[in-house]
Ligand binder design. Sequence first.
Ligand code: NAD
Ligand code: UDP
Ligand code: UDP
Length: 317
Amino acid sequence: MKNRIIVTGGAGFLGSHLCERLLGEGHEVICVDNFFTGQKRNIVHLMDNPYFEVLRHDICFPLYLEADEIYNLACPASPIHYQRHPTQTTKVNVNGSTNMLGLAKRIGARILQASTSEVYGDPTVHPQKEDYWGNVNPIGPRSCYDEGKRCAETLFMDYRKQHQLGIKIVRIFNTYGPHMHPHDGRVVSNFIMQALRNKSISIYGNGSQTRSFCYCDDLIDGFVRMMSTSDDIIGPTNLGNPNEFTIKQLAEQVIELTGSKSRIDYLPLPQDDPRQRCPDITKARTELGWQPTVELKEGLIKTIAYFDGLLTEDPNL
Ligand code: NAD
Ligand code: UDP
Ligand code: UDP
């Protein structure tokens, strides 16, 4: 069935892959984005498709459209971006989500929230299951994002309770791939850009902290499965790759795959940086039949090729 689907944050890293996937399935897609961290480059290849529309709009303001489904991804995701505008980050999660829920309520659309592993904060339980309530600092440098996303989950659950809205919540763990912003400060993009330029690789702390990296195509598949499951499966559901690596291992892997001459530089660890992060994806496996299929090495090769292409186009990037 052909649906009309709104993707907020559709010009961002994940949103652009989602728009492409949905168009590929024959749906009509409306990308709503204020281009705060999104880039035209991510969606330019979709512009010729007559079933693709782009709306420059900040979802903190009301939006009146008609659609069957809404994927709510609008929110800066990298620490340097969201910490640059912390109040705006909380607002997009609270006011922006409220508007999208109000829109979904008016038009009777199903709505999916892109939540995050950050709702677990610096976790004291490992790996993280959905019933863990988290260890979050409410007033630290990451709070605008963590608490904003936690409040958005509350809003989604309460719109369901109060208005019987068809909601879905996925908690995304670190995801990487083509279309990441080259200067978003996230570890995968930083390391690849540094390695391709033979510049020092910046490890924060001693590199023993862990993350689990999911390739974007796997994650988008999880989104689409979640949206199409029955009404009673609402989440929150973890989506991520359970293979855990230290940041030092990631640096070594990137150096090897790029054949770089980069050396490793150890820099101070940022405040409130989670020590360990790894999803328990039992729920996604059983309820969605989903699990990641792309190994880190395979995903890194594709991501390196993307960044290499960007640098060939513009060596001063
Ligand atoms: P991104 O920064 O590349 O994309 C976010 C998009 O939202 C951008 O295009 C930006 O311009 C847009 N946006 C921001 N504020 C907006 C507003 N007020 N109105 C309209 N558009 C707005 O980030 P991403 O990595 O693609 O993340 C997408 C979503 O997934 C975010 O909600 C993020 O919190 C969540 N997420 C991502 C990851 C990850 O590893 N990439 C992990 C956990 C959660
Ligand atoms: N809203 C929107 N588009 C719509 C319907 C509502 O942007 O099509 C916004 C509206 O501005 C409101 C918010 O969504 O601020 C929440 O709407 P809801 O109906 O839940 O709340 P109420 O208007 O009753 O406060
Ligand atoms: N990190 C690092 N060097 C960098 C960027 C990040 O060592 O150039 C570390 C960071 O301190 C964190 C991990 O890599 O421990 C993942 O950071 P990212 O910002 O990608 O995501 P998040 O902290 O939100 O998981």
